[in-house]
Write a protein that binds this ligand. Structure first.
Ligand code: NAD
Length: 271
């Protein structure tokens, strides 16, 4: 499937005139989302710590759509950098209509082995960053009469995953935060979560290698173990996740609010 080519699932004009801020965009699901939003016509600001990767990505975005694309280099763990960066973005690029809250997942390992200090950085780059960004961007979304806020979290929101207890804890907090806001935000703004399953990105490779180091299992066996849990018997392509995220950014999704949508090939057993 060529999801950015002949199989692109939406109209290339669907998001013309909309400005999207995609966090954690230098690779993986964030980069795929930036591409799909650009292809749907949005102007995209890509945010991460790695400026070079963002410049390369902006060049790719320019090939995909006619929007104006830019980068915002910051560490999502640094609240004042977010405040300063977003202030400048609003002055230079105008309102943001679509906010994608996304960042790197916490390290794995037994929860009892984590000190409270281990919780700080992941909570800062996910929950604190999402909250700060939302507070900063909601006023202009209200003025524009259009807002879409989408968190990339994990299926662990519904079924905690063994041996990544810190991540499970964080994802539950993010989902509750988003659900609470879905009752508070103005009618023109929706907030929803996308829950990736086993998705073909660097994050999954690093989880496989940490399991290999801890258990001695080969990387191939780790993958096979994962695939035995997934009815579609393959990894998800990040562009498939991005397709779901893009749908939630469209005007047509305005009736969907406060949901957590799994893109996991059917792995979740719960309803
Ligand atoms: P990834 O590690 O490939 O990409 C994460 C992105 O966040 C990168 O662009 C990275 O540079 C950026 N980032 C990390 N820390 C940052 C910081 N402090 N400030 C700014 N940017 C920062 O991850 P991915 O596979 O694309 O996954 C995206 C999210 O979905 C993660 O939270 C991940 O844990 C979660 N998830 C992924 C999978 C999977 O199988 N890939 C499964 C379930 C959940």
């Amino acid at each position: 499937m060529d999801l950015l080519g002949n199989d692109f699932p939406y109209s290339t004009g669907a998001l013309v005139g909309k400005h999207a801020l995609v966090c954690g965009a230098s690779k993986g699901i964030g980069a795929a989302t930036a591409k799909m939003l650009a292809k749907a016509g949005a102007s995209v600001t890509v945010c991460a710590r790695n400026g070079e990767a963002l410049i390369d990505l902006c060049e790719e975005l320019a090939e995909l759509g006619d929007g104006e694309h830019s980068s915002l280099i910051l560490d999502l763990e640094d609240t004042s950098a977010i405040e300063d960066g977003v202030q400048l973005l609003l002055e230079e690029r105008g309102p943001v209509h679509v906010l994608i809250n996304n960042a790197g997942g916490p390290p794995g390992g037994p929860l009892l082995g984590n000190s409270v200090h281990d919780f700080e950085a992941p909570f800062k780059r996910h929950l604190h960053a999402a909250h700060t960004l939302t507070q900063l961007l909601v006023p202009s979304m209200i003025e524009e009469g259009y807002g879409r806020i989408i968190q990339i979290i994990s299926t662990s929101v519904k079924e905690p995953i063994p041996n990544i207890g810190l991540s499970n804890t964080l994802r539950g907090a993010m989902a509750s935060w988003a659900k609470s806001l879905s009752r508070e935000l103005a009618p023109c703004i929706t907030i929803n979560n996308v829950l990736p399953g086993f998705t073909n990105t660097g994050r999954l490779e690093s989880l496989a290698s940490s399991i290999h180091q801890r258990t001695g299992k080969s990387i191939e066996d780790v993958h096979e173990g994962w695939m035995s849990q997934v009815p579609i018997e393959r990894l998800i392509d990040p562009l498939e996740t991005a397709s779901a995220i893009t749908f939630l950014a469209l005007p047509a999704s305005g009736g969907i609010r406060g949901v957590s949508l799994a893109v996991d090939g059917g792995r979740l057993r719960s309803i």
